[in-house]
Structures are given as structure tokens and as C-alpha cells.
Ligand binder design. Structure first.
Ligand code: PHE
Length: 349
């Protein structure tokens, strides 16, 4: 059977199939336009109604209206279904289980080096010292020459470093090998008396092993004024050792050499593990080396315009990692740089 009736029936079948088969609200809107829009077969048939034989028009009109009603009913039924599923999908996707345990934020804690630096600065603040700082990229003059190490001085090999600008000369830049340049910067900036400690990071051309790191921290001390003696140095170091390692701690000074101090000493603190009897921690010696020290060399005082006939002073420089390792029995310096949270959590408040 051909003709408008058959075409209307076919259009209705297609439209109902498209509406019922729509998988989303967007798909349903497309089906609606295809079924009822201006270009839909049913709309076309409706426009053609005027040119149909007058006797056929009422019957045809009724068929078209019924088809339209059937499609609209199917559309609203399908819309309800799809709205329900899309809503429950959205609810599912956005679901929050308020009964889940909360994600606790790991509280941070100061790094042991930061803790020890703070503690050391506090001890010296109590003795009347102020904290001074300087740059990590230094010039040759501040790191070596002003500290009584002219170019080609053999002692420079004790502090081999990384050069930022290897051209040479007093303004060549390098990574500072010690905090001693802060002595120079401070003395150039003020007249005596000077009482400072300088905490900070230093660099050396060293391999990374259990007791060495190419980057580490020092705390420098400098006291310059009238009549300051080696006895003052020893008393200061003794007070420092007792404050950090406990009232039983004692220090011992051994003759040594630094270009910027004369006389110079290596400073040992009594081993806290064995109380000086000798154990594995101190290599059986009973003592642990923690710093270098000495009386400020007259050439250093001259380099900053101080008069060595009128003022004298002492200086010391300690390795902060070494002291932290002693104080907290840390067996390997690398643990201080690996940022393993299991290790760092030991130092939480
Ligand atoms: N600057 C020396 C070093 O890094 C330590 C030191 C400081 C020694 C001050 C004496 C006086 O080895």
C-alpha cells in the first residue's frame, strides 16, 4: 500500500523507534527534531494536506494528529526515564562518603640541621653574640685572600671548591668553602668590638660518603675587642660544649694550623657515648673533633683595617652536621640529606 496513509504510518514507526532508542537527553532532543521538526516526514505530510482531495482530508488529518500525539507521549515518557537515570548517574559520580576516615595532613617539622643551628645560635645569643650572615657565592678575596691566603697559597688546597667564574683574580666568584668570609664582611662593616656567630651552608669538592658531603653547614664564631685572649676562647668553647652536650662535656684543644688564626687549634669534645673511655662511636679515642679555632691572625685584622696592636680576638668554625650527628647519634651524614620522612619524623616537636 502506497500513499499518505502508509507514509504516515512509516514515519510514526521510525519516530517512535528513535524516541524509545534515545540513550541521552541530548539524543532525545535530536529524535524530537527529526520526528516533529519542520523537515520531519509528518510535517511534510501535514503541509501536503491542503492539496489532497477534500474527501481524504479529515481522515488524513486525524491520522497525522494521532501520530503526533503518540510521538509526544513517547517523548515525555522517555524524557522522564532519561532524566531519572541521568540524575542517578550524576549522584553516583558526585557521591561523597561522609563516613570515610579523614585524610590527615602530615604536619611538617624542622629539619635536624635547622633545629641544631637554632639551638647553637641560641647558646651563643645567651653569651652575647649576634647572628650575622653572608652570601654562599663569594669572591676569591673574601673566601681566601682576606683570610691570609694570597693567590697560590698552598693552604688553599685544604678548601678546594667549585668556581662560578673561573677567570681568577680577587673578584672571581666561587661557592664559599667556609663561613669565615662572614668574619671579614662583619669587621669591614663595623668597628670593634665584634661578637658574632655566622650560620650557613658551605661547599667543598668532596665525595659524598658516610662522613662527607659536598654541601654542609657551619657555624662560625668571631670575638674581637681589647684584651681578648686564648683563655677566653677556651672558656667560651667549654661553656658551649656544656650547653649543647650536657654538664659533663669537656673540650680539649690540639695544636693545628689555619692561615687565618695564630695560634690555631682543633677542638675535640669528650665522647658522650663512652664518657671519654673510648668506644666505637669515637674511634676508641674518647674524643670527637668538632671544630677548628684560634686567635685571629694579625694579617686578617689588617685586611679589614683593624689595628692588631690595639685589638685581638678569637674565631672558631664548627661543622653543624657533625654536631647534630653526635648529639642525636646519627651514624651517616647522608641521612641528613635524603629527606626520608621515617628519619625526619624523629625530630618532630
Ligand atoms: N674556616 C675553618 C674551616 O672551615 C674553620 C675555622 C674557623 C678555623 C675559624 C679557625 C677559625 O675549616
Amino acid at each position: 500500500m502506497e500513499g499518505p496513509g502508509a507514509r504516515a504510518a512509516e514515519a510514526l514507526r521510525d519516530a517512535l523507534a528513535a524516541v524509545r532508542g534515545a540513550r541521552s537527553l541530548a539524543g532525545l532532543r535530536e529524535a524530537e527534531i527529526a520526528a516533529l521538526g519542520r523537515k520531519a516526514p509528518l510535517s511534510l505530510l501535514k503541509r501536503q494536506l491542503g492539496s489532497a482531495p477534500p474527501a481524504d482530508r479529515p481522515g488524513m488529518g486525524r491520522i497525522l494528529n494521532e501520530a503526533r500525539e503518540a510521538i509526544e507521549a513517547a517523548l515525555s515518557a522517555r524524557r522522564e526515564e532519561l532524566e531519572a537515570t541521568e540524575e542517578s548517574a550524576a549522584l553516583e559520580a558526585e557521591r561523597v562518603d561522609v563516613t570515610l576516615p579523614g585524610r590527615s595532613r602530615l604536619p611538617g617539622s624542622p629539619h635536624p640541621i635547622a633545629l641544631m643551628l637554632e639551638r647553637l645560635c641560641e647558646v651563643f645569643a645567651g653569651l652575647g653574640y649576634r647572628v650575622a650572615e653572608g652570601p654562599e657565592v663569594e669572591t676569591d678575596w673574601y673566601n681566601f685572600e682576606s683570610l691570609n691566603m694570597p693567590p697560590d697559597h698552598p693552604a688553599r688546597s685544604m678548601w678546594d671548591t667549585l668556581y662560578v667564574d673561573p677567570s681568577g683574580g680577587r673578584d672571581a666568584t666561587l661557592l664559599r668553602t667556609h663561613t669565615s668570609p662572614v668574619q671579614i664582611r662583619t669587621m669591614l662593616a663595623q668597628p670593634p668590638p665584634v661578637f658574632i656567630v655566622a650560620p650557613g651552608r658551605v661547599y667543598r669538592r668532596d665525595a659524598f660518603d658516610a662522613s662527607h658531603s659536598p654541601v654542609f653547614h657551619q657555624l662560625e664564631g668571631l670575638a674581637v675587642g681589647r684584651g681578648i685572649t686564648f683563655g677566653d676562647l677556651k672558656g667560651t668553647l667549654d661553656a658551649f660544649a656544656k650547653a649543647v652536650f650536657g654538664p659533663e662535656a669537656a673540650v680539649r684543644l690540639r695544636p693545628s694550623y689555619f692561615p687565618f688564626t695564630e695560634p690555631s687549634a682543633e677542638v675535640d669534645v669528650i665522647c658522650v657515648t663512652c664518657g671519654g673511655r673510648g668506644c666505637a662511636a669515637c674511634g676508641r679515642s674518647g674524643w670527637i673533633e668538632i671544630m677548628g679555632a684560634g686567635m685571629v691572625h694579625p694579617n686578617v685584622l689588617r685586611a679589614v683595617g683593624y689595628n692588631p696592636e690595639r685589638v685581638s680576638g678569637f674565631a672558631f668554625g664548627m661543622g653543624v652536621e657533625r654536631i647534630a650527628m653526635r648529639a642525636w647519634e646519627i651514624p651517616d651524614i647522608r641521612m641528613l640529606f635524603e629527606n626520608d620522612l621515617r628519619f625526619l619524623a624523629r625530630f618532630r616537636g
